[in-house]
Design a protein around this ligand. Structure first.
Ligand code: NAD
Ligand code: DAU
Length: 350
């Protein structure tokens, strides 16, 4: 099998690439990534010399480049993760999200359709999506695979659009596909613009922790390696044409999560109890902020026997320790364009 994985230098993609390269030595894994601010070859340094692995720098918005790449390597499957992934950035620059998430996905679908023509035997387009396509929940209920789409941010709208294109290529051209919609991931290699890694970095540096609004927003958190495992399972054993919801059965209000993070970090850093909590600062809310996400992952649990293996407390400790042991990584990604992003977003120096 020759598998093209897109976005494999990013957060989740790097864990998926590592898992596939190590578990399946008889597959060849091609990692296509444009290395945007979120892509980092350091994330996958440990596997760069594996014989069944090739990195390709390239942009999925370039259709011509993609078509020639597919003709050259004759991929048998695609696992598509490349995306602009941060909600706050999508509020500032929605078009960048349309370009990569919508046009980039359609380019990949076209390149797959052209290469595979009408012989779809053992071919699969696996699309990695998000629970944000379903919109926001009130205080009860869960997103199932049948929940209708109601995206609220430009990011969510671009991912919803890409999901629709994938499904439409299945209906119209019989392109075999699987879509999975996952909840919030956390773990090593997470770029420090998202809540957990941003706050870990700020706690290390004793900087303020900017909690949006009143902090009573709820997310369902999943350790990134459990997501990679779910993708592996659904890719190999899932039914084509199906959607699988993936989640941690692990809901946290932001403010409670931040307090737990502060407590764990005070212990690990030998700081007096309650010290990091003093850094919490309530700031202006995110426009169109979704109140609550929560996934019903019963289908993947019952059909494919998947469930999260890491508890939140364990996962958070592993994550904090990874950032403390990889401060060079953190320093590298928080220099350069990050400084400008941070001061624009939070009105203060990074
Ligand atoms: P990320 O931002 O960490 O990584 C995205 C990767 O895509 C980067 O390596 C970047 O260089 C690459 N990329 C961006 N634009 C590209 C382009 N035009 N051409 C080629 N490569 C490009 O994202 P992530 O958090 O790892 O998310 C990966 C996927 O999983 C996304 O599709 C996202 O929507 C989805 N997802 C993320 C989460 C989450 O909590 N992070 C949850 C559910 C689903
Ligand atoms: O649900 C899946 C989605 O989870 C993925 O599709 C996205 O790619 C991923 O970025 C994530 O989106 P969120 O918007 O939920 O993640 P983020 O880490 O940006 O924010 C989590 C919560 O924390 C959210 O309610 C906003 C809040 N927040 C975030 C930041 C960055 C703050 O209060 N302060 C902050 O500085």
């Amino acid at each position: 099998m020759k598998i093209l994985i897109t976005g494999g230098a990013g957060f989740i993609g790097s864990h998926v690439v590592r898992r596939m390269v190590k578990r399946y030595p008889n597959y060849h894994i091609y990692n296509l990534d444009a290395l945007t601010y979120a892509g980092n070859l350091e994330n996958i340094k440990d596997i760069e010399s594996f014989k069944n692995y090739t990195f390709i720098k390239g942009d999925i918005t370039n259709a011509e480049f993609l078509n020639s790449l597919f003709l050259k390597y004759k991929f048998s499957s695609v696992i598509h993760l490349a995306a602009e992934s941060h909600v706050d950035r999508s509020i500032i620059d929605p078009l960048a999200f349309v370009k990569t998430n919508v046009i980039g996905t359609v380019n990949l679908l076209n390149a797959s359709k052209e290469l595979w023509k009408d012989d779809f035997t053992n071919k699969l387009f696996y699309h990695v999506s998000t629970d944000e396509v379903y919109g926001s929940l009130e205080n009860c209920g869960l997103f199932t695979e049948n929940t209708s789409y109601k995206p609220n941010s430009p990011y969510a709208a671009s991912k919803a659009s890409s999901d629709h294109f994938v499904r439409a290529y299945g209906e119209t051209y019989n392109l075999p596909f699987i879509i999975s919609n996952c909840s919030n991931n956390y773990g090593p290699n997470h770029f420090p613009e998202k809540l957990i890694p941003l706050f870990i970095n700020n706690i290390i540096n004793k900087k303020s922790l900017p909690v949006y609004g009143d902090g009573n927003y709820t997310r369902d958190w999943l350790y990134v390696e459990d997501h990679a495992k779910a993708i592996d399972l659904a890719f190999h054993k899932g039914k084509t044409g199906e959607t699988y919801n993936i989640g941690g059965f692990n809901e946290w209000k932001n403010i409670d999560l931040v307090k737990l993070l502060c407590k764990q970090m005070d212990t690990i850093l030998n700081r007096p109890g309650g010290e990091s909590k003093k850094l919490i600062t309530f700031v202006k809310d995110r426009p169109g902020h979704d109140l609550r996400y929560a996934i019903d992952a019963t289908k993947i649990n019952e059909e494919l026997d998947w469930k999260p293996s890491v508890t939140f407390e364990e996962g958070l400790l592993k994550t904090i320790n990874w950032y403390l042991e990889n401060q060079e990584w953190l320093k590298n990604v928080t220099s350069g364009s990050y400084v400008e992003y941070y001061s624009k977003m939070y009105n203060q120096k990074a």
